[in-house]
Design a protein around this ligand. Structure first.
Ligand SMILES: Cc1cc2nc3c(=O)[nH]c(=O)nc-3n(C[C@H](O)[C@H](O)[C@H](O)COP(=O)(O)O)c2cc1C
Length: 177
């Protein structure tokens, strides 16, 4: 089995979750992990499983304006946030917009603030909707991994992401049999 993990991350939390999901998948699959800024050429249809994740911005997927706001916030003198290198480019939303009609199993995740989802929104639900629209079969409920109000991943979230990746691989194998 060969899986592709595509992610967007401004401050590194979604990257760390994507890496943890990849570690879980790697126990039973070969995994490529690619930031969406470099993924325009990714041949998604050649994979047995596609996993896509991004940060929740303004209740959904980021836009250029929210990514600019994230960079501006990090540049304030009182900020301790560090912007990932190479984030100037597309986000998951723009990457999804250029996807051709496709098929195959897929799953989605996001990072968001640790508050009720009704208040925060969840990018993973929007990502799943878009993937479904181009033809992917969403094999697991969209999953959220949580940060605190200082934008630090809650303890245990990377471990939970690793378990989620492991379970996805298992589900994919079972579906394929
Ligand atoms: C411009 C902006 C808007 C945000 N809007 C939301 C939101 O609507 N709901 C939420 O839960 N978190 C929101 N957040 C917090 C992000 O989801 C959180 O910073 C994210 O998990 C960080 O991921 P990253 O480190 O991979 O960039 C927002 C952050 C930024 C910078």
């Amino acid at each position: 089995m060969h899986a592709l993990v595509i992610y967007e991350s401004l401050y590194g939390n979604t990257r760390r979750i994507a890496q943890a999901v990849a570690r879980g998948l790697q126990e039973s699959a070969e995994v490529d992990i690619v930031p969406c800024t470099c993924a325009e050429e990714a041949a998604v249809s050649s994979y047995d499983l596609l996993v896509v994740g991004g940060p929740t911005h303004v209740h959904g997927m980021s836009r250029q304006t929210t990514r600019d706001a994230a960079v501006d916030t990090a540049q304030r003198p009182d900020s301790t946030l560090i912007v990932e290198s190479g984030v100037r480019g597309i986000g998951v939303r723009e990457w999804l917009e250029q996807l051709p009609p496709s098929s195959g199993p897929a799953a989605t995740f996001d990072t968001r603030v640790d508050k009720p989802a009704l208040l925060t929104g969840r990018a993973s639900k929007q990502i799943a909707k878009r993937l479904g629209r181009v033809g992917f079969d969403i094999i697991a409920p969209p999953e959220s991994f949580l940060v605190d109000t200082d934008t630090t991943l809650l303890a245990g979230e990377e471990g939970r992401a690793e378990s989620w990746g492991r379970a996805l691989a298992k589900k994919c194998h079972v579906t394929a049999v």
